[in-house]
Design a protein around this ligand. Structure first.
Ligand code: GLV
Length: 403
């Protein structure tokens, strides 16, 4: 493994001479393929992988958190082979046509979700769209668990009380919250992250499960049955599970509900005023998926009217903003979209995003199973010669790796 040559060829801050000047950092300036990353990303492996493969890498160093379309057009410039972008950016017709004009064929979101990407526009210009699944499953589920426990046991409220110097002795009523053990956890969306969260809640707190998903999750069901039998064999009460036929069934039955759907037009405002009204008065609602899955204004009204109802939110409808009134609600725990923010995960996401772009630029085939990306993340060996995860591979007719 080498790091010296390419890493030492980093040029400090430069201002690109483009229509809209924008500051960048250049690695391996003599590289043949020009790859742009709209943000600096954690770790250095992703940089090494690109520069070792003859890429000139330009990383945007603008202070602005969210780049607009014009900023990114300026970054793409006249010649660009591929771009690594972020979930805050609007990747649609304008950017894909700009990238195509610059000779580009590859884009990767540094995220598993890609609701910020118009895949039809990418298809139109023959541009591959990568994402970073698998590497953030546990990290995201763990944050959803943290939000659940924080909201249930009023951890943030209690922390603020303590820091404000208000604690003057133990009291029977002080910050009484909800016990999780033996209650029912509901999940909406039983994909990778939803299932990992369900298992954590079931194993950690011996909760029963109710889930809603368009597809049956036989893996999760088998796990629940086997875990229930194990508990029984230990003389403990077994956990139970049920697949609900409607979202409403989950909302009515569960004490804790965590949302894990993708965001599309079928899940926009999935949780609205009517659906909030059928939930238990003391329920806990958690969202670490995408903000617009909840009608946030309706949620604020519900939180105001139901002080025992609690919510844990990692994502917001109009990020980076919160709807008026949310910040004042003590029954809401709010964190700034950090569900995937563990060091291992963020470095892994950077690696997968870089390899998606690199693989397409080099003409590598696509990895056959985006659920099994471990070989790309193993730092002790070279990654497979393939693109880890291209969401429009089939549509673009990209070759699938035989590895
Ligand atoms: C984060 O929100 C992601 O989709 O990766």
């Amino acid at each position: 493994m080498r790091s010296s040559r390419a890493l030492s060829q980093k040029i400090g801050q430069v201002v690109a001479s483009m229509a809209k000047p924008i500051s960048i950092e250049v690695w391996n300036p003599a590289g043949k393929h020009r790859v742009v990353s709209t943000k600096s990303m954690p770790g250095t492996r992703w940089i090494r992988l690109l520069t070792d493969a003859d890429c000139r890498l330009e990383i945007c160093t603008e202070k602005k958190t969210i780049l607009d379309v014009e900023d990114i057009q300026a970054l793409i410039g006249d010649k660009c082979d591929g771009v690594i972008g972020q979930l805050t950016e609007d990747w649609g017709e304008t950017l894909f046509s700009t990238l195509k004009r610059a000779g580009g064929t590859a884009f990767s979101n540094m995220a598993v979700g890609y609701n910020n990407v118009d895949v039809n526009a990418a298809n139109k210009y023959g541009i591959a769209v990568g994402n970073t699944p698998g590497v953030l499953t546990e990290t995201t589920a763990e944050l959803a668990v943290a939000l659940t426990v924080s909201a249930s046991r009023r951890v943030v409220e209690a922390d603020q009380f303590m820091r404000a110097g208000l604690y003057d002795g133990w009291l029977p009523h002080l910050f009484v919250g909800n016990l999780l053990k033996g209650q029912t956890v509901g999940i909406i969306g039983a994909g990778r992250i939803g299932s990992a969260y369900a298992r954590m809640m079931v194993e950690g707190f011996k909760m029963n499960l109710i889930y809603y998903d368009l597809y049956q999750s036989t893996r999760l069901e088998k796990y629940m049955t086997a875990y229930g039998e194990f508990l029984k064999s230990q003389g403990e009460a077994p956990v139970t599970w049920k697949r609900a036929s409607t979202v409403e069934d989950v909302l009515r039955d569960a004490d804790v509900i965590s949302l894990h759907p993708i965001l599309d037009k079928t899940t926009y405002h999935l949780i609205n005023k009517d659906r909030l009204s059928i939930m238990k008065k003391e329920a806990v609602l958690v969202n670490a998926s995408r903000g617009p899955v909840i009608d946030e204004a309706a949620l604020v009204d519900h939180l105001k009217a139901n002080p025992m109802f609690r919510v844990g939110l990692d994502v917001f409808e109009d990020e980076p903003y919160m709807k008026p009134g949310l910040a004042e609600q003590k029954n809401a725990v709010v964190v700034p979209h950090i569900a995937s923010a563990s060091k291992w995960t963020r470095e892994g996401m950077a690696t997968l995003a870089a390899l998606n772009v690199l693989g397409k630029v080099k003409g590598y085939p696509v990895w056959p199973d985006a659920n099994k990306l471990e070989p790309f993340l193993d730092e002790s060996s070279a990654p497979p010669v393939a693109c880890p995860s291209i969401v429009n591979a089939k549509l673009l007719g990209l070759e699938v790796s035989k590895l």
